[in-house]
Design a protein. Structure first.
Length: 472
């Protein structure tokens, strides 16, 4: 059930009305949300509901056992149960075939051809997101930063909450669980902001991302057919396709949650307006970025054990962050590029005598964007060979007129991309977030803006596709 589908519209209307009819009893609301979330997920494949339920049972029990443990050793053992169970399921479903194929390729180099070791495994949608979400609960309890809940319904709802179940934001228990365990009210300003944020999210997805994606898919379908200018243009379009696609999903998730009385954390903050890659990762997919920082980078030692260990920790964090996105060497290299540049930035920052970051000034913006753009090649290419082929053709420096394909599609792409970038530049220049933007308007202005957005969405709806991050 896609956010950008008629099915979800009717589903949410039913949930919304039923939910607020129960507004005097948050426990009954949670039961409704839990059932609705399971229905929402079962719409994809009901068989994988068992994985969410198993994770919920394990971590609810582990949290209580860990909190009541009489020694650090027992607490650590219970944490290990949570890590093995959750990461074990994630590894089997997402990474088994990748490692089996990599092992076979390695053995082939030595002349041994093992039998086919891969399995016919379907990747459960959203498993990367809800695995990280439930792990944050047990890790925070282990660190004594959070106390376990006694409300099993609230906890199960926290894990399966449908607005962010499939592709985030990855909400910490410390933010979302307390909201699950208290009464909620339908606030007028939240309703206005939620509606506007949902419509902006749909606009970003359907009008901008899917329009750009139609061109990107043609070029990256076979990069060997195209020259430097065309591949650069397609990569440029992809950078904004994935941004508007994923930020659009986050907008819809945050807006939907707000209509139900929940406050999610911001997930994007105009990331392409960044003077460094470090700043980029403070603005891009923020819930994942901070998760990797707090639960992986810091657990590895962070920057507490010397500069060389800090570089190692940065590289490991970004390599594993790349692998989190997908079971492919493309994603590992993508993570490696980011890890390398982040390490270089930290080196330059720690050596004040160089003063290079300060000297760059405004040039930091295009340089950062160029690094991000280059790394997106590995993220978008179908495989490693295709990625290197795209890079090879770019460095042929054949700057002929790019392939435009359908003139109407190219014209639409330029128009909608310009609209999206100008809106983001307005937010950046005014130093406000999308939620703050919505709070500035009355219900009349919200209705007028919504009408325009709905008209534009309807004009482009026929090209609407799956959200990119559903594959992760």
């Amino acid at each position: 059930m896609l956010f950008n589908s008629i099915e979800f519209l009717f589903f949410f209307i039913i949930v919304f009305i039923s939910y607020w009819l129960l507004n005097k009893d948050y426990k009954k609301q949670n039961i409704l949300l839990l059932i609705s979330s399971y229905v929402f997920y079962a719409w994809w494949d009901w068989r994988f509901l068992s994985l969410i339920i198993i994770s919920s049972i394990i971590d609810f029990s582990v949290g209580k056992q860990m909190f009541n443990a009489t020694s650090n050793k027992i607490r650590k053992n219970w944490l290990l149960v949570s890590l093995v169970a959750n990461l074990g399921m994630l590894s089997v479903f997402k990474y088994y075939n990748f490692f089996a194929e990599s092992f076979s390729d390695l053995m082939n180099l030595f002349g041994w051809q093992p039998n086919d070791l891969t399995l016919n495994i379907i990747l459960p949608v959203g498993i990367s997101f809800y695995t990280f979400q439930t792990l944050s609960y047990t890790i925070d309890i282990y660190r004594r930063q959070f106390e376990p809940t006694n409300d099993v319904i609230s906890f199960f709802t926290y894990i399966a909450f449908f607005p962010q179940l499939v592709a985030g934001p990855i909400e910490r228990a410390s933010n979302l669980l307390p909201q699950m365990e208290r009464s909620r009210t339908l606030k007028k300003e939240w309703f206005n902001e939620g509606i506007l944020q949902i419509l902006v999210g749909l606009f970003r997805k359907i009008v901008i991302a899917d329009t750009l994606g139609a061109y990107v898919d043609v070029i990256y379908g076979d990069v060997s057919l195209h020259h430097s200018t065309t591949i650069i243009l397609a990569t440029f379009f992809y950078a904004f396709q994935i941004y508007f696609d994923f930020s659009g999903y986050s907008d819809i998730a945050i807006g939907t949650a707000k209509l139900l009385g929940f406050k999610f954390n911001q997930n994007f903050n105009i990331p392409y307006f960044s003077k460094s890659l470090t700043e980029f990762w403070r603005k891009w997919h923020m819930s994942l970025s901070y998760w990797l920082r707090d639960y992986l980078y810091i657990s590895l030692g962070g920057n507490r054990k010397g500069i060389k260990i800090t570089y190692r920790n940065l590289m490991l964090t970004m390599l594993l962050g790349g692998l989190w996105h997908g079971s492919s060497w493309n994603f590992i290299i993508w993570g490696g590029i980011h890890g390398l540049v982040l390490s270089i930035e930290k080196f330059l920052k720690s050596n004040h005598s160089l003063k290079l970051p300060t000297a760059l000034g405004f040039l930091g913006y295009p340089i950062t964007f160029a690094v991000v753009l280059f790394s997106w090649i590995f993220f978008r290419a179908q495989d490693l060979g295709s990625a290197f082929s795209a890079i090879e053709r770019i460095f042929m420096f054949d700057f002929s007129v790019p392939y435009f394909g359908d003139v109407n599609l190219m014209t639409s792409s330029v128009i909608v991309l310009t609209m999206g970038v100008l809106f983001d530049f307005y937010l950046f220049n005014k130093r406000i977030h999308l939620e703050q933007f919505g709070a500035k308007f009355s219900i009349v202005k919200i209705a007028a803006i919504s009408t325009v957005i709905i008209i534009l969405i309807n004009l482009f709806y026929s090209t609407s596709n799956n959200f990119i991050y559903f594959q992760f």
